[in-house]
Design a protein around this ligand. Sequence first.
Ligand code: ADP
Ligand code: ZN
Length: 687
Amino acid sequence: MAKKIPMTSASSDISSLLPCGSFLRFCEIYLPQAPQIFTYGIAFESLIQRGSVVWVQLGNRKATLGLVAKVHTNAPAFDVKEAVAHASNYVFDERYMEILEWTARYYLSIPNRALFVFWPNEIAKYLDVFFSRQGQDTSLEVPKRLEVSVQPPLTNEQSLALDKLIPLLDTEGFRGALLHGVTGSGKTRVYLELAQRAIAQGKRVLILVPEIGLTPQTAARFSSFLGFDVPILHSALSAPRKREIWLSLLENKAQIVLGTRSAILTPFPFDLVILDEEHDSSYKQQDPSPRYHCRELAFHIAHKYGALVVLGSATPSMESFENARAGHLLYLTLTKRATEMKLPKIHVVDMHRKAPLQQSGLLLSPELREALSTCLQQGNQAIVLLNRRGFSKARVCADCGATLHCKDCHIPLVYHKQHNGLLCHYCGRLYPLNTPCADCGCEDYELVGGAIEKLEEEILEWIPNATLVRMDRDTTQNIGAAEKILTAFRDREYSILLGTQMVAKGHDFPHVQLVGVVGADSGTGSPDFRTGERLFQLLSQTAGRAGRAEEGAQVIFQTQNPEDPIVRFALTHNYSGFAQLELSERSEALYPPFCKLAAIEMGCRDEKILKDAAESVASKLSKAENIQLLGPVDAYIPMVQKIFWVHFLVKAKSASAIREALSDLLYKSESLGVPRNVEVRLDMDPQ
Ligand code: ADP
Ligand code: ZN
């Protein structure tokens, strides 16, 4: 795609190197993904300043857009090219610049990479439109009024929480609150009232939800409460809609934005940020770096710019709960459901005792089957969760019993009926089902361990009148697919919503009277110190979808470990019991929130080079002060797409100690004995 290059003056030529004597001023420029920060010259009449968006040319490549980090008069000892301001003369403000730089620094990354993550691909286009609209009427458009929905009176607990929150809108300094409200306690209503107050005071509000699938439901509630359309921002928007929202941000017109993770990276100077379902791991960026977490970024903005941060959850993260306990966050609770419904009763089905069932390969216990039938007969809806994609867990050789793995990744292949083959969940490569055994060449096989596609078949077979919709990564690949499924289920086109952890998130479906969790066990996903926390959250959140508007709802956990303390706590809705146990274990073993943690991942196609590099890093870093180094160990999945990976953990009292110890690894890894063909990934506060 060719970029239009609007020049400030017709004579500008940014492609030629000029002696630095041709310029009086110079600038240092962040360029998305560039290996370093480059210096360019500034023409005499140019208005370029820190935060300016400029066109520059890197080598012989096409002109690209960069962001000015610094303007100075120190002539470099080499020839430079000219940086030309974008025709719009747009300047990102100091807050934006500082947040970008802070994110890069805190998350052990560099501003160039951060800029790549902060800027949308279409930034040049947006600025062109911004420019073309300049001079037009830019007064605030009066948003179209919508009919305001009538609200029931606040519950006592909601009023109490609001009485504490509203004054914080006007307090100085850092302000943060944790709204810990059981599932269905009406946390959203608290956000609505608070946002309305903030907007009435002329403040700007950012609302974050963890999943794109949750944006329509939440936006609809905000729009009908506030009486105007609340703009939504996430990665799956159509190009024109995304552009309109970005323009409203560039033109400084937006008062409220609702979005997913990356919305916090926009040039939107909010005064209040609400993170709903704050425990959700989707708030953490995985790739590319910087691997930021919205909550941490929100805290930074709260400290530095005085924005009020409100975190909400039925199952707060250990970090937030500990923060509240230590008095850093105002702790507010909603202990009852807003609709006066009780939390649902949870039953456990002990699958360990059901050996014959297991041998027959059935996933669905008679108890859950029965409950599903009854639920549907009564005209209600049900949600069933099985957190495993595909049809079966593994394919084993009928002859030698070996499990078939991906050739390029060290993980077992999963049979997907939908894709008619064996899928590698890491690299996405699809193999034919009859791929010969890698050990003995035999083509006969058995499929072992059931997954969600199999459960779908079982349910449809056993409960003939069921209408079922499945929601997992495989059915939601297309833009808008998840939204469609959720809307159809809400409109009662289906009686059963079967899904992976996607269905556990904050959905509010009033007719769901039964929730079943198949495989309510830890040990799905990589084993780490958060396994228990994730299981508790998953079980509690999924259970919380049941009985939100009617009495008599039921939840069934099928588990191999009915005595697992985490399962017990989830059964009795005992968050504080869980948190106490979890925090005491973490404090003993020194894990977050009682220390700072970073992960180092090193990858290379050559296993020997990788191991040598890892040894060298280990020996150098083990001498570093104020940190504790764990590893190297093989990564949880030791090979991905033919690249071998090893993994370290770094523990320290503070993030700055980690930053100091790892800075060589970030900026000059060669000095630590890491050759160029070894990739190093750093992750602060890894999930
Ligand atoms: P949470 O986000 O805490 O799980 P929601 O905000 O989704 O809970 O609210 C759960 C249900 O309770 C929703 O259907 C909502 O309309 C209803 N609700 C919220 N506040 C009240 C209230 N004050 N009176 C009656 N119903 C309420
Ligand atoms: Zn693979």
